[in-house]
Ligand binder design. Structure first.
Ligand code: NAD
Length: 499
């Protein structure tokens, strides 16, 4: 048996030992404990904020070019340590090593965007707006900001936040998921190696007590959150009530519409990858396909074939396409939703419930599952499953498809598979969703655009990463200047100044 490691907080540039309570870290492929996590509380957050406040004042005075150079060094270190980080992600999360490398690469896009902060944080200038009067605007850092992140992308989602927060001159405190916390400590170590001053990037671990302390601490100016909708709503309400700027990205139930003119084989392979990649544990996963008109039977047969092709197993096996889900509860959710749908008359086209991976009988595995004839009132359709379960709904025409998609309380991502520019264009115009794919199943915007859903998938005004993140982590000042000659006679006027 391998030795169980301990993950501590990272405060003031070093591992901070000592914690009131701990929690086991499990390997989802074996069900075994691999590590122990220190859990923080309000006093841990106090300590981190005190250090961050001091560090931020000095960091904000560091020149833009030095901050940019730091980001280039960090990018290089992340590339050099990709294999190490991918192994850690696979061990604690369960996703394949290639998938873990993919999320690191996508996270680095935001860091690459942050290397151009010299461009993106520029203000504006207008000369002679009134005679002899100029105006310019600048953006300044907020101070100490916090990020609270989910288990499903332990590298990428924090990277949506900290490179831009830091490049714009803030100090950043990360509270990663308790399920796969080790990646964040490696990132902290690499920032230190890249030359980031102690206290500018810190990691505090924990659950509700730590999150609530971050949301209410008077020394924190803004909170970025990514996770499930109920917690997103809680964080948004709590942090906003404490006067903070908040962006809280929530859950999803993304639909992919398959039009009668679509290339069915292509749509089925893309939707299977959206539904079962990373065991369906992506906020941009595709748990619902909506077939329009007479394409239904052909699509169901094609997606069944795709699901049955997949090899489910541990990330350590090179043949694995799909790993385990994160916890026994997550596995149970897929199974119970399928049981409930079957009892209510749904057809189980592909059944993942009984799957056993030889040699990994205690792992949290559930196979790809495909359901049709599902009552839209059932949990399998209505709720976010966050597991490898695809529900295929059937409608008669485009308008019914649009109505079904728009009736969801979520609005994170969606896709349409079609050969028709007319319907693709109408879909983009009329769908109530933040990110749309046309013949692209997981339309996650690249790092230099911003990422965010509508409705219950995002609370707050700002989307994550890209240009909106620069605005989120900074605030504006407008400066109006006049430089009269010392001997210039000025007549006072009591009227409101016009130009
Ligand atoms: P989660 O909401 O359980 O946890 C997210 C964070 O909140 C974690 O850091 C966790 O420690 C903390 N947390 C959990 N319970 C809390 C409580 N009661 N009070 C305060 N804080 C609490 O989410 P998860 O299971 O880690 O991740 C999966 C969810 O994240 C899914 O709903 C998925 O759709 C969503 N997600 C959304 C996006 C997006 O961009 N919209 C991206 C990734 C994941």
């Amino acid at each position: 048996m391998t030795e169980i490691y301990t993950v501590h907080h990272w405060i003031d540039g070093a591992e901070a030992e000592g914690s009131a309570s701990t929690q086991p870290i499990l390997n989802p492929a074996t069900g075994e404990q691999v590590g122990t996590l220190d859990l923080g509380d309000a006093s841990t957050v106090d300590r981190a904020v005190e250090v961050a406040r001091r560090a931020q004042r000095q960091w904000a005075a560091v020149s833009l070019s030095k901050r940019t150079q730091l980001m280039y060094r960090m990018r290089q270190l992340m590339i050099e340590h990709t294999d190490e980080i991918a192994q850690v992600i696979s061990r604690e999360h369960g996703k394949t090593v290639d998938d873990a490398k993919g999320e690191i690469a996508r996270g680095l896009e935001t860091l690459e965007f942050a290397t151009s902060i010299t461009q993106d944080s520029k203000g504006e200038f207008s000369a002679n707006v009134s005679t002899g009067v100029d105006i310019h605007s600048i953006r300044q850092p907020l101070g100490v900001v916090a990020g609270i992140t989910p288990f499903n992308f332990p590298a990428m989602v924090p990277f949506w936040m900290h490179p831009i927060a830091i490049a714009t001159g803030n100090a950043f405190i990360l509270k990663p998921s308790e399920r796969d916390p080790s990646t964040s400590n490696i990132v902290a170590r690499l920032y230190a190696e890249a030359g980031l001053p102690a206290g500018v990037f810190q990691v505090v671990h924990g659950g509700k007590a730590t999150v609530d302390a971050l949301c209410t601490h008077e020394g924190i100016s803004a909170v970025s959150f990514v996770g499930s909708t109920p917690i997103a709503r809680h964080v948004h309400e709590t942090a906003a009530a404490s006067g903070k700027r908040v962006q809280a990205l929530g859950g999803a139930n993304n639909h992919a519409v398959v039009m009668p003119d679509a290339n069915v084989a292509f749509a089925a392979s893309q939707i299977a990858s959206g539904a079962f990649g990373s065991a369906g544990e992506r906020c941009m996963a595709v748990p619902v396909a909506v077939t329009v008109g007479d394409v239904h039977d052909e699509f169901v047969a094609a997606v069944k074939a795709e699901a049955e092709k997949l090899t489910v197993g541990p990330a350590s096996d090179a043949a694995t396409d799909m790993g385990p889900v994160i916890t026994p509860d997550a596995r149970e959710r897929v199974i119970s939703m399928t049981d409930e749908a079957e009892k209510a008359g749904a057809t189980v086209v592909v059944d993942g419930r009984g799957l056993v991976v030889p040699g990994h009988e205690n792992g949290f595995f559930v196979g790809p599952t495909v359901l049709t004839d599902v009552d839209p009132e059932l949990r399998a359709y209505k709720e976010e499953v966050f597991g490898p379960l695809l529900v295929v709904m059937h409608v008669n025409n485009f308008d019914e498809a649009l109505e079904l998609v728009n009736s969801s309380p979520f609005g994170n991502g969606t896709a349409i598979f079609t050969a028709s520019g007319h319907y693709a264009r109408r879909y983009q115009e009329e769908v109530q969703v933040g990110m749309i794919g046309v013949n692209v199943p997981i339309p996650t915007p690249v790092g230099y655009y911003s990422f965010g859903g509508w409705k219950d998938s995002l609370f707050g005004e700002y989307h994550a990463h890209g240009p909106e993140a620069v605005r989120f982590y900074t605030r504006a000042k407008a400066i109006t200047e006049r430089w009269p000659r010392q001997d210039e006679a000025v007549e006072a006027s009591m009227s409101f100044p016009t130009h």
